[in-house]
Design a protein around this ligand. Structure first.
Ligand code: ASP
Ligand code: MG
Length: 407
């Protein structure tokens, strides 16, 4: 029987009313004869609330216990949704990550899914039940509860779709799909009918917070068709698909803005072999993901080394740097949280030149100073002062997307 995986985010299950609404939707799909596996997030705001409780006890809470705590948010929502389904006469069964056995590594707070055992889910589907799985959580080989990182329910859903061979994974959220930029910033933003996995990966990693990035990597790896759509309005959303020729005609599919990074500069680091390794080794050991890095050629034997890390990790990163900077003889540390990373993304860049030049020109026209630049095959990112972020997004959207008929 055809199997559909559906995922409902925190706002979609934010109140009892909304949970009942989700139950109706799931029930009606089930009645068309499909098997349905539903993945849910914690009720809106719940994960933050739980995180804050831990923070009241410790600045750096023990990560194992923090995961036990955070995972409880999804335990509430799977139970409530299953109850709502049963209330409609629809047999349903809730599963926590360890009950399915969604096996992950042991990186608390950002665990990676290694394997999903489909036995119990298949059994439950065979019994005519809707399977309701807690997103965001798994279990490591020593039976410790793990969580996958913020927004991780998307990854749970796509991974389940991959391991269960579902026909598609529908991600129900509070927006209608993936837009060319944030509609809250730019009223010209348009909904994309389709987007290539690689474009979505770049957009997701650059601040378009529609989908969690690992979920898109998973979708690409296993070619899972993903449909991002609204849980409130019944219209087609955006399909994540494999790249094809026709996509190359569009230079830029989206403009993203990420205010979730902090810039850290090690001032006047001696310029000798091995220093970058000495600096970034401990950061990597702490599982902190460094995004952009710049280092200039040195003139007097020292150089400033600047990099960005996620806001959530920046205190940890600065604490590490405070140890490292003495060891490597740097003159000091500067931390700048008031930055934004603006990116333009499009697979068309593979075959067309001049996008970077045009981007810099647009920013120059607006008098915006560029602090860092990085590029990939299909993306150009710049770091600018946070206060210019909206201006930059609007100007770039108008220059690259606004004039296209069908983005
Ligand atoms: N509840 C988790 C969070 O808020 C996971 C998710 O929503 O996907 O990050
Ligand atoms: Mg979420």
């Amino acid at each position: 029987m055809a199997l559909l995986v559906q995922k409902y985010g925190g706002t979609s299950v934010g109140t009892i009313e909304r949970i009942k609404h989700v139950a109706q939707k799931v029930h009606s799909v089930k009645q068309t004869g499909k098997d349905v596996v539903v993945v849910v997030s914690a009720m809106a705001g719940e994960t933050n609330r739980l995180g804050a409780l831990a923070q009241e006890i410790a600045e750096f809470p023990d990560e194992r216990e923090r995961d036990v705590l955070l995972a409880s948010g999804e335990q509430v929502s799977v139970a409530l949704l299953s109850l709502a389904l049963k209330e409609l006469g629809q047999p349903a069964r809730s599963f926590l990550g360890h009950q399915v056995r969604i096996e992950t590594d042991s990186a608390y707070g950002k665990a990676r899914i290694r394997n999903i055992d489909s036995t119990k889910i298949n059994q439950s589907l065979k019994n005519g039940e809707v399977v309701v799985v807690a997103g965001f959580q798994g279990v490591d080989e020593d039976e410790n509860i793990t969580t996958l990182g913020r927004g991780g329910s998307d990854t749970s859903a796509v991974a389940l779709a991959a391991f269960l061979n579902a026909e598609a994974c529908e991600i129900y959220t509070d927006v209608e799909g993936v837009f060319t930029t944030d509609p809250a910033i730019c009223s010209d933003a348009k909904k994309l009918a389709r987007i290539a996995y690689d474009e979505m990966i770049e957009l997701a990693s650059t601040g378009a917070k529609v989908l969690e990035i690992r979920s898109v990597e998973f979708a690409k790896k296993f070619s899972v068709p993903v449909h991002v759509r609204s849980s409130f309005v019944d219209v087609e959303g955006t399909w994540l698909v494999k790249e094809d020729e026709s996509m190359n005609d569009v230079l830029v599919s989206g403009v993203a803005c990420d205010k979730n990074e902090v810039k850290i500069t090690l001032v006047r680091v001696p310029d000798r072999p091995g220093l970058a390794a000495q600096i970034f080794g401990p950061i990597a050991d702490a599982h902190i993901v460094v995004d952009m890095i710049i280092q200039n050629a040195s003139e007097d034997g020292t150089t400033d080394l600047t990099f960005t890390v996620p806001k959530a990790d920046h205190k940890k990163a600065v604490a590490i740097m405070e140890k490292t900077h003495a060891a490597v003889n740097a003159q000091g540390i500067k931390v700048d949280p008031d930055i934004a990373k603006i990116s333009v993304v499009g697979v068309g860049m593979r075959t067309h030149a001049g996008v970077a030049a045009k981007m810099f020109e647009v920013l120059a026209r607006e008098g915006i100073n560029i602090e860092m630049i990085s590029t990939s095959e299909i993306k150009i990112s710049v770091v600018i002062g946070a206060k210019y972020s909206e201006l930059a997004v609007r100007a770039l959207h108008e220059a690259f997307v606004g004039k296209q008929e069908n983005p």
